[in-house]
Design a protein around this ligand. Structure first.
Ligand code: PNS
Length: 191
């Protein structure tokens, strides 16, 4: 017989019955990230997520410690514009613990993209730390299209700053905003 506990790990790894989840809670997920800026790899994961979840909250980390090219407001606005036609997507900025944000959205699932084995160690640590903080929240991993498996926000900024093309790698609005930053002299290698 399954026992009910809120901490799977403290129960020596025995399968446990989870706390009851309202069906509507299962259909909403949070996709968190820094998104400085959002790339087509992120967009691909969100679109894949929409096949599985009725509602996805894209959670943009406000992190004053991390140097960002785009302000939180700009990062949120770009994602809102990309998904303006998609009512199932809500974009919000957050700070503090991700698990607290997830709870506030009445969700229990965190979506993360896994591009390659090199992502695994960081993702494994983050998923288990989040589980330690809130055992009721599960992390759900999805692979982006192979076309984006080499892509991240850092490489996009670097290539663009050096005059390379990022067409097809980021949404048009992002390319436009990168061009503006370049004109303003705000986009340099390493930022
Ligand atoms: O785009 P990123 O940098 O891979 O996103 C990382 C993010 C925002 C998901 C992660 O840094 C995060 O969840 N930060 C919030 C603080 C937190 O909850 N930390 C504990 C989990 S490790």
């Amino acid at each position: 017989m399954l026992t009910r506990t809120t901490d799977f790990d403290k129960d020596m790894g025995n399968p446990v019955e989870p706390e009851p989840t309202m069906p509507w809670m299962q259909n909403r997920a949070v996709y968190p990230g820094f998104f400085d800026p959002i790339t087509n790899g992120h967009v691909d994961i969100i679109l894949r997520g929409l096949r599985l979840f009725d509602k996805i909250f894209v959670a943009v980390l406000k992190n004053p410690k991390k140097q960002a090219l785009f302000s939180t407001k700009d990062r949120v606005a770009m994602i809102q514009e990309i998904f303006a036609h998609q009512p199932s997507i809500e974009v919000k900025a957050f700070d503090g613990l991700l698990v607290d944000f997830v709870r506030r959205q009445k969700a229990r699932i965190v979506i993360r993209g896994l591009r390659a084995v090199s992502d695994f160690e960081y993702e494994f640590q983050m998923a288990l730390m989040n589980r330690q903080l809130d055992p009721e929240i599960e992390t759900f991993y999805m692979m982006p299209s192979v076309h984006y498996s080499f892509l991240n926000s850092g490489v996009v900024k670097e290539v663009f700053a050096l005059g390379g093309s990022v067409a097809g790698l980021v949404p048009e609005i992002v390319e436009k905003k990168l061009r503006e930053k370049l004109k303003q002299g705000r986009l340099s290698v390493g930022k």
